[in-house]
Design a protein around this ligand. Sequence first.
Ligand SMILES: [Zn+2]
Length: 268
Amino acid sequence: MNLRLKRHLKRAALLCLVLAVAACAKAAYTNRSQLLLISEGQETQLGLQAAQDVVKKEKMSTDRIQTERVKRIGRRIAIAANKPDYKWEFFLIDKDTVNAFCLPGGKVFVYTGILELATTNDELAAIMGHEIAHALERHGGERMSTALMLQMGGQAASMAIGAGSSPAMGQVFSQAYGIGSQVGVLLPHSRTQESEADEVGMILAAMAGYEPAGALTLWQKMDAYSAKKGQNPPAFLSTHPATKQRIADIRAKMGAIRAKYYRQQLLN
Ligand SMILES: [Zn+2]
């Protein structure tokens, strides 16, 4: 372990002690301990602001059938997520890039390029469930907290708590989400966050009435696609490697998730 990381972890542990209530939270669904230096309200506010920029910058698809499909699947997952403080909205961006993301606050963006891979509704539900899970589990907030720790160390906490949406906070948010350089290209999540988003995404999709096995076929297609692309995978696949391990983990979790959460219903 390098010195910087060691120091960072030491500070994180210390902060956890000092700010037991303010900084340390439990992830929804999985109960994992998280270091969060900003409130969910701040995160949501920044997410909603950033979403306005995305809407301004990107061209929306005029394909009414596919747009309606994205909205319908999104709405069903949103009901399963039961997050009344989110202002859910689902957008289909007309761009041939394999990408999708959800900002804190509930604005979900899917690119037409990813629909080439997510051909079935179960597969699209897997993608959207995964991205929504990143937001619900506050993975962006965790990355922001890590960035604050690395940049400002101990001062971060006092700045973060009660700082509202100051320009400095907006900057950290933009960095954590990669906004400003290229919209929708996020800094990589950690493997823990990725695996958590896979699991929670499958739970949400299953609760919404989608077959969780959609996640399996989706990542198998992603794997084949990245093999075809070789050295130049799209941004989404560079932050979401479709590794054999990932596929094996999804397969291992699928049975229990289906048994516990899959609500088979007539999908309209
Ligand atoms: Zn992810």
